[in-house]
Design a protein around this ligand. Structure first.
Ligand code: MRU
Length: 366
């Protein structure tokens, strides 16, 4: 029997007994594929904070399944008491990482389901718990279809043989299947497009080297790993026809928060006339955040820069370290925002609003 590849494992799933969220521990990749079961609120919080599970959509799915699991441990028949405890757990999980809106998006959707089922439809606490399980599994399966549709839309922006650069990991490991920025790459691969992919290694946590290069290479895709400071080199040689990146939050004006370094790639791409596309499920679009300046950017521990991954510390003891996990790419540097409902172009304030209206069933146009 052929050895299993990383593509054969679920990024996030509910276990068969329905009492644990099972994730691939992504901090161990690519060296070791190890599944871990999360049961308590602290285990779920830590897995998100420590990036054992990461990537905006995967974080959202983990939180949705997680809050369902935790709701089963609330032992009361009293609706108000149940809601109070559910909200406490929601707030706790929501505090794990601040930038990716999918975390609060998924948790809010779960809470709204609980409120609707109890207050409007008159379900008992037990009935609400069953509804929460259904909703979490819907969020999980919707993610697969959303990414596939993003992939189909993004595929219209490139042609066979193109060079594609991507930053961080907006791949299968950041979602349930396909990824967002990698969805056109996977779909194109199935259709014989022969893309030449460049994966930025993505300092300091190396999601590009450890995760994107790993999953694309395991899938038989032509992928070349480059350091973060090499994008100008490959673009200046005409090796890249498009950049596809993911996102953690898109503001109403199209400014986009994504992994630190994305804005550098965007500036370089602009310089060399290479279009940069942001692949964004509508769950990542935050119409209530006006511009990129209003997005909270997570700061991470200094050790990620000075010593993590190195055999020995690679910076002087006591050195000041600046370690934001994300940066904001200004909307002017983005050639298009690819969603499951179509591609938004500038002016984004209008185009993103029509995408969201389309999603909410208010119009047919995007
Ligand atoms: O810190 P991470 O690894 O969670 O950052 C992930 C990214 O920046 C991804 O590009 C983003 O979440 C989109 S994943 C489809």
């Amino acid at each position: 029997m052929a050895a299993k590849s990383i593509m054969d494992f679920d990024t996030v799933a509910l276990d068969d007994e329905g009492d644990a969220v099972v994730i691939i521990d992504q901090t161990l990749l690519p060296g070791r594929i190890e599944l871990i079961s999360l049961r308590s609120a602290e285990e779920i919080w830590n897995a998100i904070y420590l990036l054992k599970v990461r990537g905006a959509p995967a974080i959202g799915v983990t939180a949705a399944l997680g809050i369902y699991l935790l709701s089963n441990r609330i032992h009361t028949e009293e609706l108000d008491e149940f809601y109070l405890e559910l909200r406490r757990l929601r707030d706790y999980l929501n505090s794990a990482r601040p930038t990716a809106i999918n975390l609060s998006w998924a948790l809010n959707r779960m809470e709204e389901t609980a409120l609707r089922k109890g207050r409007l439809e008159g379900l008992s606490v037990d009935g609400i718990k069953k509804a929460l399980r259904d909703e979490a599994l819907i969020i999980r399966s919707e993610d697969i279809e959303t990414c596939r549709r993003i992939g189909e839309n993004a595929l219209t922006l490139v042609k066979p043989g193109d060079g594609i650069l991507t930053h961080c990991n907006a791949g299968k490991l950041a979602t349930i299947k396909y990824g967002t920025a990698t969805a056109p790459i996977y779909l194109g691969h199935e259709r014989g497009y022969n893309f030449k992919v460049f994966a930025d290694e993505t300092r300091p946590l190396l999601q590009g080297a450890r995760l994107t290069a790993f999953e694309l290479y395991s899938s038989g895709i032509d992928v070349t790993l480059i350091c973060d400071n090499m994008s100008a080199s490959v673009m200046s040689k005409g090796l890249v026809q498009a950049v596809f990146v993911g996102c953690d939050r898109v503001a109403a004006n199209g400014d986009t928060a994504n992994k630190i370094g994305t804005s550098v790639v965007a500036a370089v791409a602009e310089h060399y006339g290479v279009p940069l596309y942001v692949c964004a499920p509508t769950s990542t679009i935050d119409i209530n955040t006006r511009t990129g300046e209003d997005i909270c950017i997570e700061q991470r521990p200094a050790g990620e820069v000075t010593e993590m991954w190195y055999k020995e510390r690679m910076a002087p003891e006591g050195i000041k370290v600046y370690n934001p996990a994300f940066d904001v790419t200004e909307h002017g540097l983005i050639a298009g925002i690819v969603t499951e409902y179509g591609i938004a172009h500038a002016p984004y304030t209008e185009s993103l609003k029509s995408i969201m209206d389309k999603k909410d069933g208010k119009t047919d146009e995007a």
